[in-house]
Write a protein that binds this ligand. Structure first.
Ligand code: ZN
Length: 239
């Protein structure tokens, strides 16, 4: 039986690494992205660039990378007061969560991904969430994802396996993982073409990629890359 996977792919560093991880393991890999009225269109453009460039890195990627699916979830943006979808300052709210938090985002993404996976006969769902650097987003927690696996499996009456290869890795280990999977070409693709900056800034190129250099996402990525350079072979404990 062929192993078939669906990757939640946003065009950011983590989901790009998760996509490469999936291409390394599964015979067919499709991608899903969500348009929820993000303030910046950059990530949506980056995901197309990355998907276009991945097949050139490896014959295996070229053979395995299947169709992309973009789901319109503008209703999610409409009901979320968040700095990702509105011109709101990026800061920490009274809840202790950053204003970039979209409540329940991953729960909704996973539900749509599972519905698509069901229709496309894709047993494995891969997502680049991480509890290590997760800014306190409760829907990135390992327990949340495990609970979703159970809920979706019951609700669809079909076995779905949710994979989170970055769950226990920090940003430095995520850079190292990209290099371990696809060597310098994949690492360079992650640096050059994946996008993390909350402000959508791609005017300044740093050694870790493009971004404003000041927002929480840039800060995390910059510090992670510096730590990666200090320990480039540390991909974390979980393969
Ligand atoms: Zn930034």
């Amino acid at each position: 039986m062929t192993s078939r996977a669906l990757v939640l792919f946003s065009g950011g560093q983590d989901s790009t690494t998760a996509l490469a991880w999936a291409l390394d393991r599964f015979e067919t890999v499709e991608t899903i992205g969500f348009d929820y009225g993000q303030r910046h269109r950059i990530e949506m453009e980056c995901r197309e660039t990355i998907r276009a460039k991945l097949p050139a890195l490896s014959a295996r990627y070229a053979k395995r990378l299947g169709p992309d699916h973009v789901v319109d979830l503008k209703a999610l943006g409409a009901i979320s007061e968040t700095a990702l979808t509105r011109e709101t300052e990026i800061a920490f709210a009274e809840t202790g969560l950053p204003t970039t938090f979209v409540p329940g985002r991953n729960l909704i993404f996973l539900t749509f991904a599972a519905a698509l996976a069901y229709r496309r006969d894709l047993k494995h769902i891969v997502l680049g969430v991480c509890e290590t650097d997760y800014s306190g987003y409760p829907d990135c927690r390992d327990d949340t994802i495990k609970a979703m696996q159970v809920a979706l499996g019951l609700g669809l009456d079909r076995r779905l396996v949710l994979h989170t290869p970055l769950m226990w890795r920090d940003k430095a280990q995520t850079f190292a993982l990209a290099r371990a999977i696809g060597g310098e070409p994949l690492l360079n693709l992650v640096i050059e073409d994946s996008h993390s900056c909350y402000l959508g800034d791609r005017t300044t190129r740093h050694d870790w990629g493009y971004g404003c250099g000041h927002c929480p996402a840039c800060d995390l990525r910059a510090k992670g890359f510096a730590a990666y350079l200090a320990a480039p072979d540390d991909t974390g404990l979980i393969p």
